[in-house]
Write a protein that binds this ligand. Structure first.
Ligand SMILES: Nc1ncnc2c1ncn2[C@@H]1O[C@H](COP(=O)(O)OP(=O)(O)OP(=O)(O)O)[C@@H](O)[C@H]1O
Length: 283
């Protein structure tokens, strides 16, 4: 097996006095879904912004195919095969699905001065590419704004695959979706992986991560709290780390002590001693 497509080693990033990331490592491999989890403010967006070329890292190394890079725009990252699909998809709602599929990279036909958009190719390619990913839409002529959020995410994934992405970065693709639509998006994440892409799936949701992921990185206060592959990991472990891991353990002990100041709980039958009586309740 070759090395990772993309690798971050000991990466740090600060915004003024705020340290958003510190000593972060991440490896993205072909045909693998790497889930990046973390609570609000954990540093997920900062990490995506670095991978996608929106922001440069301050410290550490970022390499693609073993070569160190420092992107100054998302275009540069895209040229290296790193496509990022943001939650707020950049689409033109009133334009048809096929037009949005090719937005910014439209094929043309004819010779100047009779050059025009190659509508037939765009339509046919869109239908074929969606079909390849197993996406069925009733009509690619419908405005993309009339699709559900999940369907739009799926079109964006198929588009990135078609335009040659090798790494697909998905920023909370299911955050605004219901259960059923989230399931559909998860199945296309799996389809992208099966097509050989390395997928970075950023999410708040450990259950969804566990369904789709092969490797898991949990960020906490800008540092890596957990970095493991699927083997030997349970959903409970993942949820525990996601909720703060050791900090959560400390909080649990603290609350336990508050409930039982004399330390009377812990032996059978004595747990009631620390219970608070509700005012007005019968003795
Ligand atoms: N442009 C910025 N300027 C100043 N501070 C920032 C900026 N972007 C992020 N931060 C800070 O960096 C830290 C990490 O933020 P980040 O947005 O990366 O976290 P996140 O895990 O994506 O959170 P969320 O899930 O809420 O989007 C936070 O403390 C945040 O306030």
């Amino acid at each position: 097996m070759g090395g990772p497509f993309l690798e971050l080693v000991d990466v740090g990033k600060s915004y003024g006095t705020v340290t958003a990331l510190r000593g972060v490592g991440l490896a993205v491999r072909a045909a693998e879904v790497t889930c990046v989890l973390g609570d609000n403010g954990a540093g997920k967006s900062t990490l995506i912004n670095i991978i996608s070329g929106r922001h440069a890292h301050d410290t550490g190394q970022y390499s693609v195919d073993g070569e160190q890079v420092r992107f100054s725009s998302p275009r540069e990252a895209l040229d290296r095969g790193i496509a990022t699909v943001y939650q707020d998809l950049a689409v033109v709602p009133l334009m048809p699905v096929w037009r949005n599929f090719f937005l910014g990279s439209e094929p043309v036909t004819g010779v100047w001065p009779f050059r025009r958009l190659d509508v037939a190719t765009m339509r046919e390619t869109t239908v074929a590419e969606l079909k390849k990913m197993g996406i069925t839409l009733p009509d690619v002529d419908q405005p993309i704004g009339s699709l559900s959020g999940g369907q739009r995410q799926c079109v964006a994934i198929a588009r990135a695959v078609y335009f040659g992405a090798r790494v697909l970065v998905l920023d909370e693709p299911t955050a605004a979706l219901g259960v059923k639509q989230s399931g559909v998006v998860l199945s296309y994440i799996a389809a992208a992986r099966d097509a050989g892409l390395g997928v970075v799936f950023v999410t708040h949701n450990p259950r969804q991560a566990f369904l789709a992921g092969d490797h898991f990185v949990v960020l906490h206060h800008g540092e890596v709290e957990l970095d493991v592959s699927r083997e030997g990991l349970s959903l409970d472990d993942l949820a525990h780390h996601m909720a703060g891991g050791s900090e959560l353990d400390a909080l649990e002990r603290e609350l336990e002590r508050g409930r039982d100041p004399a330390g009377l709980t812990g032996t059978s039958g004595e747990g009631q001693a620390g219970m608070r009586r509700i005012p007005g309740a019968p003795e």
